[in-house]
Design a binder for this molecule. Structure first.
Ligand code: FAD
Ligand code: SF4
Length: 468
């Protein structure tokens, strides 16, 4: 029988945040993090279950109960080492993992509506003991394995899947080169997730750790253009493809080509990577008054909250209801507090423009929810004759992304599935010998922790294959 909470459990310790009216005008991190006292207080709520259900919810099986026990005793160093045995980017995961659907969603205290704040504790521990070397990140020891095996691995892309693959390969004594299309490494962690959710120095620290362990980064290097997988294979013993799923999906409604319509990826890249929010930036973003963000996931929340910080009034237009929003609950709450207006149960049918082709309205139709569809969610159905218009001068489409076809179209024999994802076996091996893949490029848009898990699996398989 599983341990049941018998005694009265203290309430969950709130995360300190910048006030909503202040943070809605800056790009500093919203959640400012637990203090030592808060972390110990929250950790002491943990029941230290004999069979910790929380671990079952973690895709990389962090020994959650054990690290929380160390935090409760004030042993943060020990807690850090426990986390690092299975998670190479805890400062990132503690901030962006959908914990309510993973570890916290399985915590036994959920029955009381107050699960242990596992993500916040993970972040506290990682921030307290920020990693100093990549080998420490993956092996939990300070002794860096040097490239002794004489074998070389190339990783294409530098998101969480490739960073994890590179870190594990380097710690196993392989020489790793990472080839990234953009001018900064980090993937979505750098160009997509805004700094008010994930400060860029957190990602830069992880990348620096990899550099110190001998991983070389080649930026502005586009697989399928600057080089091909076949060319890499001539020089490297194995190749890992971690190029993500950066191809935006559009609705297919009239007006999507008008001036002032962005994909969320382009908008977020301009704001985050190209720092368009700085007025002195050489590539500033157009100043707009009213923005409609179409979609309801994390990407939509990030785009909406960036637009708010840039001074616009922002609507989130979503075809299902508030309950069905796929974004993390905390992000939705933060967005509401910051004044984002949710126009749920509405769907765009057309984008309209002035005489210069600049967006000036979005026409929507009201929706109602019918029976559940194949995804298990209630199907949105149009309400006939319910069209209306919203005055907006910018529309951001945040409807999802799919894998970019560039690598596939330039790599002979690389098997692809119907959704454009690279086909791999359980070790991450593709249909090409010694060519591995993982993360969003395989699964389509997913999560950071799943991409990391795939990078780790492939790295282990690469090490085994190259050790024969
Ligand atoms: P990516 O992170 O996409 O990295 C791929 C890298 O490959 C990029 O740097 C890209 O420039 C590079 N690349 C692409 N093509 C080439 C090429 N031909 N040659 C060389 N390099 C190339 N997940 C969560 O768990 N929590 C969240 O809160 C969350 N929020 C998100 C918010 C946004 C705005 C977005 C877009 C995604 C979010 N996700 C979130 C999803 C998560 O970020 C992704 O699932 C994860 O980053 C996938 O990792 P990856 O390594 O597969 O690819
Ligand atoms: Fe039990 Fe929750 Fe603590 Fe895990 S975090 S050991 S499920 S009380």
């Amino acid at each position: 029988m599983e341990t049941k909470p018998k005694k009265t459990i203290a309430p969950r310790v709130d995360m300190p945040c910048q006030p909503a009216d202040v943070r809605a005008h800056n790009f500093d991190e919203v959640a400012t993090g637990y203090t030592k006292e808060m972390a110990m207080q929250e950790a002491s709520r943990c029941l230290q279950c004999k069979k910790p259900l929380c671990m079952k919810g973690c895709p990389v099986e962090v020994p959650i109960r054990d690290f929380i026990g160390e935090v409760a005793r004030g042993n943060f160093d020990a807690a850090y080492r426990i986390i690092k045995t299975t998670n190479s980017l805890p400062a990132v995961c503690g901030r962006v993992c959908p914990q309510e659907h993973q570890c916290e969603g399985k915590c036994i205290l959920n029955a009381k509506g107050q699960p242990i704040a596992i993500g916040r504790l993970e972040r506290f521990v990682a921030d307290t003991y920020i990693a100093t070397s990549a080998c420490e990140q993956v092996t939990g020891t300070n002794s860096c394995a040097m490239p002794v095996k004489g074998k070389k691995v190339a990783c294409i892309g530098s998101g969480p899947s490739s960073l994890t693959c590179a870190g594990v390969c380097a710690a196993n004594g392989l020489k790793v080169d990472v080839f990234e299309a953009l001018h900064e490494p980090g993937g979505v962690l750098i160009y997509g997730i805004p700094s008010f959710r994930l400060p860029k120095n957190v990602v830069a620290t992880e990348v620096d750790g990899l550099r110190r362990s001998g991983v070389d980064f080649h930026l502005n290097s586009v697989g399928g253009r600057t080089f091909t997988v076949d060319e890499l294979r001539k020089e490297y013993d194995a190749v890992f493809i971690g190029v993500g799923a950066g191809l935006p999906v559009f609705l297919g409604v009239p007006g999507e080509n008008l001036v002032g319509v962005f994909s969320a990826n382009e908008y977020l890249t301009r704001v985050n990577l190209m720092k368009a929010f700085r007025p002195d930036n050489p590539t500033p973003i157009q100043k707009v008054r009213r923005v409609a963000v179409v979609g309801g996931g994390n990407v939509a929340m990030d785009a909406a909250r960036c637009a708010k910080r840039l001074g616009a009034e922002v609507y989130v237009v979503y075809r299902r209801g508030m309950e069905e929003l796929p974004a993390r609950k905390e992000e939705v709450e933060h967005a509401e507090e910051e004044g984002i207006i949710f126009k749920t149960l509405n769907n765009p049918v057309e984008i309209l423009a002035d005489e210069n082709d600049n967006v000036n309205k979005i026409r929507c139709i009201k929706m109602e929810l019918g029976e559940p569809d194949a995804s298990g969610r209630r199907r949105p159905i149009e309400v006939p004759g319910s069209e209306f218009e919203l005055d907006v001068d910018c529309v951001i489409m945040a409807l999802g992304t799919s894998p970019n076809p560039l690598i596939k179209s330039t790599t002979k024999g690389l098997e692809i599935n119907k959704k454009g994802g690279i086909v791999v076996n359980e070790d991450g091996l593709t249909s090409r010998e010694h060519v591995y893949a993982g993360g969003d490029a395989v699964t389509g848009a997913a999560t950071v922790i799943l991409a990391m898990g795939a990078g780790k699996t492939a790295a282990k398989a690469i090490d085994e294959a190259l050790s024969k």
